[in-house]
Ligand binder design. Structure first.
Ligand SMILES: [Zn+2]
Length: 256
């Protein structure tokens, strides 16, 4: 079974009560794989009882504040747990980190005040299109999108294959159609950002692509301002098209 911990489900808005910026953690076979690290992700994970030292890898969709604002604290938190409590990251005190842009890590290390004081190793990988990671638990395929630029490859969506399931995490996209290469003939789950799209447009796209179950994440104004209306719209659509739709909230755990 794949457990997905939704640590933050908000897009890059001003602070919204009960919501934090985008971060989700896949838990498979007792190991954590993080996708994006928005504000407060380490705080939320640690204080909710997750053992962040079980983390094997972090994948960053793109270098915007609502997706990486929590990275300095995440690394700082890991460092403190190692130094103060003698804990260890499970993979030989090293962490695989996949980034679309090499400049990010230097800045994060600098503001984490970890330069020269790190008690674990960061193995940095540049994200490219295609399979970027594979271990006994999952395989991750990246596909660039045009959220940031039409020329530079600095924003990505991911296909995560685990436990016989295909799960697509959109990251942020300019158009849902940019997910076509990852979705192919259909997927079990699409975790889709709605910060830049109308809810109904995403529903129609997912139903036409053979998505089995749709999770809304990275909420924009349509859901933030009137969640009951969005829930009633998605409930109606789900019934008509026989495609379950979940509007995620912070702290939610999905079992797939
Ligand atoms: Zn975003």
């Amino acid at each position: 079974m794949v457990k997905i911990h939704f640590l933050g489900t908000c897009s890059g808005t001003e602070p919204i009560a009960g919501m934090h910026h985008c971060s989700l953690v896949f838990e498979i076979g007792g190991t954590y794989y993080w996708f994006d690290a928005g504000e407060s992700c380490a705080y939320t994970a640690h204080t909710s009882g997750m053992d962040i030292m079980k983390t094997e890898a972090l994948f960053v969709s793109h270098p915007h504040i609502d997706h990486i604002g929590g990275m300095p604290n995440l690394f700082s938190c890991m460092n403190k747990l190692i130094k103060r409590y003698g804990m260890e990251l499970q993979n030989g005190n090293s962490l695989e980190i996949f980034l679309p842009d090499r400049d990010i890590l230097d800045a994060v290390i600098k503001i984490s005040t970890l330069k020269g004081r790190m008690h674990f190793t960061l193995n940095e990988h540049q994200i490219r299109d295609g399979v970027i990671f594979e271990d006994k638990n999952l395989r991750v395929t990246a596909q660039h999108n045009c959220h940031i630029s039409t020329t530079e490859l600095n924003s990505f969506s991911f296909l995560i294959e685990a436990e016989g399931k295909k799960i697509v995490f959109s990251g942020d996209v300019r158009s849902p159609y940019e997910l076509d290469p990852l979705i192919g003939a259909g997927v079990d789950v699409l975790i889709m950002e709605t910060g830049h799209h109308k809810v109904i447009d995403v529903c129609e796209y997912a139903a036409a692509r053979g998505v089995e179950k749709l999770y809304f994440n990275h909420h924009g104004r349509e859901i933030i301002d009137d969640r009951p209306a969005a829930e009633s719209l998605t409930a109606e659509f789900a019934k008509t098209y026989n495609m379950p739709i979940v509007i995620c909230h912070d702290g939610m755990i999905a079992e797939i």
